[in-house]
Design a protein around this ligand. Structure first.
Ligand code: H2U
Ligand code: ZN
Length: 345
């Protein structure tokens, strides 16, 4: 076990993370605070996202029975190409129009069920909806990137407890996928192989950072994780986007996500907050042989349901850091049961 402070490189972004294992207060020795129990009704008449209710913009939701997708009533982007007459890509004052579409995807009519509490069939329906949304958005000639993500929990600034995700599709490649594109491209050019395929192969041999695997997918704590319980989900086959999954791969991804998110909830006995999302290849009509589809989970919690990690100070001004090692975090998640704490009462 590495005990000395060191830095690790994130090959997907080219950025370092500082690891200080000698500072580790082993997190399971910390007090387990009693979490606020979230007991929600299965239907909330005041919820903007429940079936049959009116949304904030006045539209009325259908009485949906599975997933439900709609245009965000307060979209951050507008469709079309934008008006560039007032904006200039000018050296120190660069500005240019950004256009796109924002969608909201409710996971289920149930107000009280988050991803780990859905059945495998319901989880598959969520994956199918994300896939169909990706299909339509990426066929739009004005769209170059489709970002599917879920922002979960009050701690992450999620505005509505009804389980839902968002999709923002944009004219330009956003920052994070742009870094990943450049790094994956460089790796393909210099090695003749995919960065994430090589990485997965190595992690499957080393085993120490694996959390949950099945026939088609692997969830692990990446070697370069910055968030305490960050995970990366990788396909065993080189898939580029959600459109490449077979029905079997969708079913096995549902299985993997249910297992992983159940472990997250069981870690501190709460509905575990996080931001998660898919990084798919850009939809710019290029083949993208460098790209491997993957999912990032970025949870903010560190030691208990109420002790979170703050990315502040040195991390904002210099380099993100962590105490608990990625290997220790993976071990903690591996130890977790996959029977959900709520089901146990
Ligand atoms: P969060 O994922 O941060 O909770 O955001 C929920 C989104 O749902 C948010 O982008 C949208 C908000 O604009 N929304 C609607 O489109 N209609 C509503 O009636 C409520 C929320
Ligand atoms: Zn609701």
């Amino acid at each position: 076990m590495l005990k000395q402070p060191h830095r690790r490189l994130n090959p997907l972004t080219g950025e370092f993370v500082l690891v200080s294992p000698h500072r580790t207060q082993r997190p399971w020795q910390g007090r387990l605070e009693t979490p606020a129990q979230d007991r929600r009704p299965s239907y909330d008449p005041g919820c903007y996202l429940c079936p049959g209710n009116a949304r904030a913009g006045g539209q009325v939701n259908p009485v949906y029975e599975s997933t439900f997708a709609f245009d965000n009533d307060f979209a951050a982007l507008l469709p079309g190409k934008g008006d560039s007459s007032e904006l200039a890509p000018d050296s120190l004052f660069w500005s240019e129009p950004e256009s796109g579409l924002c969608r909201v995807v409710c996971f289920s009519p149930r107000h009280d069920l988050s991803l780990p509490e859905l059945s495998l069939r319901e989880l598959e329906a969520v994956l199918s909806t994300w896939t169909e949304e990706t299909r339509v958005l990426s066929a739009n000639p004005d769209i170059r990137y489709v970002q599917v993500f879920e922002n979960k929990g009050e701690m992450m600034g999620c505005s509505n407890p009804h389980p839902h995700s968002q999709i923002w599709a944009t004219q330009h490649l956003p920052n994070e996928p742009a870094k990943e594109l450049a790094r994956q491209r460089d790796y393909l050019v210099s090695h003749g192989r995919c960065l994430l395929a090589d990485y997965l192969k190595e992690e499957l041999q080393r085993e120490e950072r694996l959390v949950r695997v099945n026939a088609d997918w692997v969830a692990l704590v990446p070697f370069w994780a910055a968030w305490p319980f960050e995970t990366l989900v990788l396909p065993r086959r080189p898939l580029r986007t959600l459109l490449d999954l077979t029905q079997d791969e969708r079913a096995s991804l549902a299985d993997l996500l249910k297992g992983l998110t159940t472990r997250y909830d069981n870690l501190f006995g709460i509905s575990f907050p996080y931001s998660m999302g898919f990084h798919q290849a850009p939809c710019d009509d290029e083949p993208h042989p460098e790209w491997i589809l993957h999912l990032h989970f970025y949870p903010p919690l560190l030691r208990s349901a109420t002790v979170r990690k703050f990315m502040v100070g040195y991390e904002m001004l210099a380099t993100p850091g962590r105490d608990i090692t990625p290997e220790a975090a993976a071990e903690r998640l591996r130890e977790m049961s996959e029977s959900h704490y709520k089901a146990k009462g």
